[in-house]
Design a protein around this ligand. Structure first.
Ligand code: WQD
Length: 343
């Protein structure tokens, strides 16, 4: 009888984390979640359960609490870890760098130390295209030279990769860093999606909150970039496709011969879209208007980024297959469901 593998998902009640938990359960894995609930709500656990009919085990642990992390691993035999838990607001990280370095890096190090002590061999790290900074050429592949990210948030992702790389070499572990481009969309059930606390930093939640009247109008941060319509270009990738990539990355780690190394994979749609094109895509998909005004550029923003995902396609047998229109519909459906629930 094949033993069901038990996978720890840190930050598993967050946006990408919750969608990955659903995909893992549907792929036959047993999932245990650690989340400190600092940027999400416990209702997400209930909604994951409504989707899969299996309630994941949940522990409200702050990964900065070394004793609590050690106790968890002492009590639970874990076969692999997917590590999402981190603060991720770019602007906030500029204002509070030490909060970001302490949370994102000491949390990571506590998990890695537990891997060493309790013999956990497989680790997937939630990284970001932000480690490339403004790349010199498009599309961006994994050999593209990294540039110093502007914000402490991006630096914690870059440093995180370096820490993990040194760790897996020294301890003969297997790890994959998944570099997401811009996650968008929500689960088809509209039960889980991107639920930012406070004023959204990211474009799509700001658009959906403007469309629902929570925000007056969208500010478009700059229209003087050297792009086809003057607004910045990003690669928007559906969150369900990202979740699928995590399952495929885990399958690779659990079945491939030991790599004893850190591998990197870009996860994007391979297509660049400008901010104005995204507004238009959202309006067309949902047949509504989004009021916006052009504002100054946002400090730290880059002009253009979109992915070459051919390495993930080759090595993980993964590719994006959710059209942008679908992501715009599911993002809107989730916003409407949330507003209905809040009332
Ligand atoms: C996208 C575009 C903005 C808001 C960051 C992180 C990345 C990932 C996603 C975590 C940019 C413009 C935005 C608004 C706007 N983080 N914009 N008005 O900055 O590309 O990436 O978030 O998973 O790691 O680096 O994403 O959604 O903030 O911005 O005009 O109100 O939309 O200028 O061009 P970003 P974003």
């Amino acid at each position: 009888m094949k033993q069901t593998k038990k996978i720890l998902v840190t930050g598993g009640l967050g946006y990408i984390g919750s969608h990955t938990v659903v995909a893992l359960q549907q792929a036959g894995y047993e999932v245990v979640i650690i989340d400190d609930l600092s940027n999400t709500q416990i209702a997400v656990l209930e909604n994951i359960t409504k989707i899969t009919n299996v309630m994941p085990e949940f522990h409200p642990i702050d990964l900065k609490n070394t004793e609590a992390v050690d106790q968890f691993f002492n009590d639970n035999k874990i076969d692999g870890i997917i590590h999402f838990a981190a603060y991720k607001a770019v602007g906030e990280s500029v204002k509070k760098p030490l909060m970001y370095y302490r949370n994102n890096l000491s949390g990571l190090i506590n998990v890695l130390e537990a891997m060493e002590k309790y013999g956990v061999d497989h680790f997937i790290f939630s990284s970001s295209c932000t480690v490339y900074g403004q790349a010199d050429q498009m599309p961006i592949n994994e050999k593209t030279p990294l540039k110093r990210p502007e914000a402490p948030y991006g630096k914690t992702k870059h440093m995180g990769e370096e820490i993990i790389g040194d760790f897996v070499e020294a301890e003969q572990k297997n790890a994959i860093a998944l570099r997401y481009f811009n996650p968008v969309g929500a689960h088809s059930s509209a039960l889980i999606g991107e639920l930012p606390n406070g004023i959204p930093n990211n474009l799509i939640p700001y658009i959906t909150q403007t469309a629902s009247g929570i925000r007056g109008s969208l500010g478009v941060f700059g229209n003087d970039y050297e792009t086809r319509d003057g607004t910045a270009i990003r690669d928007y990738i559906d969150v369900n496709d990202l979740a699928d990539a995590h399952v495929k990355a885990l399958n690779r780690l659990l079945t491939k011969e030991n790599k004893n190394a850190l591998e990197y994979f870009n996860l994007g749609s391979g297509t660049g879209s400008t901010v104005l094109e995204m507004i238009e895509a959202f309006e067309k998909a949902n047949n509504l208007k989004v009021p916006y005004e052009i504002k100054d550029r946002r400090a730290g923003d880059i002009q253009e980024a979109y992915a070459d995902y051919s390495l993930a396609k080759k090595e993980l047998n993964w590719e994006p297959n959710t059209p942008l229109e679908t992501s715009m519909k599911t993002a809107w459906a989730f916003e409407c469901k949330i507003n209905e629930t809040i009332g």
